[in-house]
Design a protein. Sequence first.
Length: 303
Amino acid sequence: MIRGGRLMAQTSVPLSIADSPRARRVQTVRREPRVTGGLIETLISRRRLVWQMAKREVRDRYAGQALGTVWAVVHPILLMGLYLFLFTFVFPSRVPVADGGHAGAVTYILAGLIPWLTFADAMSRGTGAIVNEAGLVKQVVFPVEILPVKSVLAAAFPQGIATLVLLLYMALVDQRVPALAASLPLLFLLQLALMTGVTYALSSIGAYVRDLREIVQVFLSAGIFLAPILYSEEAVERTVPGFAALLPLNPFSHLVWCYQDALYFGQFVHPVSWLLLFALSPAVLFLGHRTFRKLKLMFGEVL
């Protein structure tokens, strides 16, 4: 270009550089605050996409099987039946029977077992939420924040069905449903927030540490025995003196105690656990999402 009698070199950015994955990621990160405006806004604006992807994850997990998505309900019920048989009839001394006999013991176990199985499933899915969707993550316009959320929703679906079955069982067999059971929707929302925060952290770390899934599976295998699900605090104290004092150190114990208060005891037997759940759920969600936002910047490099 000739300007003012002098030859000026016209500079331009090569298309290969301007269109590189790194450049696209930088542009996306810079636009993100104006586009999403935060986690809540993202989930609201993308709610249909989240719901469709959650349904697809449930269908894909049981694709090609004779019962199909029916297994999403049948599998946890069969697993619960196995635990109930073992710890109600084989090891009855570890289960509180109170005035309801074995029927009361069933309610006690299921009240804690149902949310634990859901939480364990969400954690297991969460470790691969990003790795398993590498193709979508590498797309600039795709909101990767919804991937952990759809895994949580897919894991939570069976809990809704199992809880309804438990309430029906309580009405027919126990012939009582505590008034505190009305708090179940609130407990479920707090649990969803807690699971989402944990899943955000696991999914983002799992993109860098591929062995995380195996580590989590080992923890989940032992986790059910480290929370007061299959035994009462009194029973375990008689068997292993001093162990009951360690139960509050397990965060999952407080979630289990809240559900047992609502469905089995019918009163606030563990008020501290309720306060901790109200405090921990939003805190874990905030910290988990913040960890995700920091680590997602390099997803394209590690996937």
